[in-house]
Design a binder for this molecule. Sequence first.
Ligand SMILES: Cc1ncc(COP(=O)(O)O)c(C=O)c1O
Length: 399
Amino acid sequence: MTQGRATQPAPAREGRPLLNRRLAAFGTTIFAEMSALAVRTGSINLGQGFPDADGPEEIREAAVRALRAGHGNQYPPGPGVPELRAAVAAHQERFYGLSWSPETEVLVTTGATEAIAASLLALLEPGDEVIAFEPYYDSYAACIAMAGARRVPLTLRAPGFRPDLDELRSLITPRTRLLLLNTPHNPTGAVLTPDELAGIAALAVEHDLLVVTDEVYEHLVFTGAHHPIAALPGMRGRTVSISSSGKTFSYTGWKVGWVTGDAPLVAAVRSAKQYLTFVSGGPFQYAIAEALALPDTFFAGFRADMLRKRDLLAEGLRAAGFRVYEPQGTYFITTDIAPLGEKDAYAFCRALPERCGVAAVPNSVFYDDPEAGRSQVRFTFCKKDEVLEEAVERLGGLG
Ligand SMILES: Cc1ncc(COP(=O)(O)O)c(C=O)c1O
């Protein structure tokens, strides 16, 4: 699930807000609002990024087998069950040629969400600056705030949503501690190129910065390929890489994620993680260990299926009058509503369920710069074909 920036004021008690000031901006999310609207109006919810069909049957069966066999029904080991740690390491070796020790360089987390929180809470001091692409996946903003650090946005601008490396250089100050990357990028669908990654890595090395990279959509790249920045020269000792089973295997509710990195970095993240959840999802960890070992045909088939869905929704959105920024990766499409004579994505998304029975999300809430995303609306395509077809038909009646 994705959280949105607060749109409602937080409740107070005897004059003092209940929610502390670090989190004041994150009270109630846009997603709660849009999903409630979708339910109330019986709309198709293309706002939230979760599949409406479960992943591979044999992986679900593997979880059932683990439960029945009593594998993981009691607290699993803090870093994750050895089978999953070995499977994560083998997956990184198989797809990227990266070699990590399952004992010291892999940490299993409660989804990528906990991995992000633990990494930022572990690595940041109050007052540190974190440069992150905006629009943000907004648990980033909340976790940076919880760590008492300051977020510094590098704005990705339509139509290409490419990072401007000169601008990135200009944002680095003596207080900059960390670059927070996300490729493939939610919500824009941008995938960092080898040149961009090399440029970012060179800046990280030059300024001795840490990098936390969120790669949960690593198997959803339609244009180019996924390249982990951890593989670049000088990056291994400064990069925490994050991924998750939720997106790749379509079991988002299981919340099995992981961190890979050099042993001292993983040890630091583990220190924070052990006081967040300590451990979670024992039997699911065994099932995801099997999922990561699925043959290449599974990963290729999943990508091909999502590419077809992307094209189905993109074509429908274009036909309905949206400007479509075709994503290179992820299962989201960012659109611009200006050609429909609309200016304000937030107002548009509030009205959309009533107007045509489809819910979407305004990208504007993922930017600090309100102008940059003012007329951008995000739709997800990780839904059944018939659901997408129905949504497209409804959207076609907008004009
Ligand atoms: C960019 C990004 N990172 C992390 C997550 C969360 O992943 P998980 O469900 O594994 O916590 C999401 C989910 O939408 C996401 O889009």
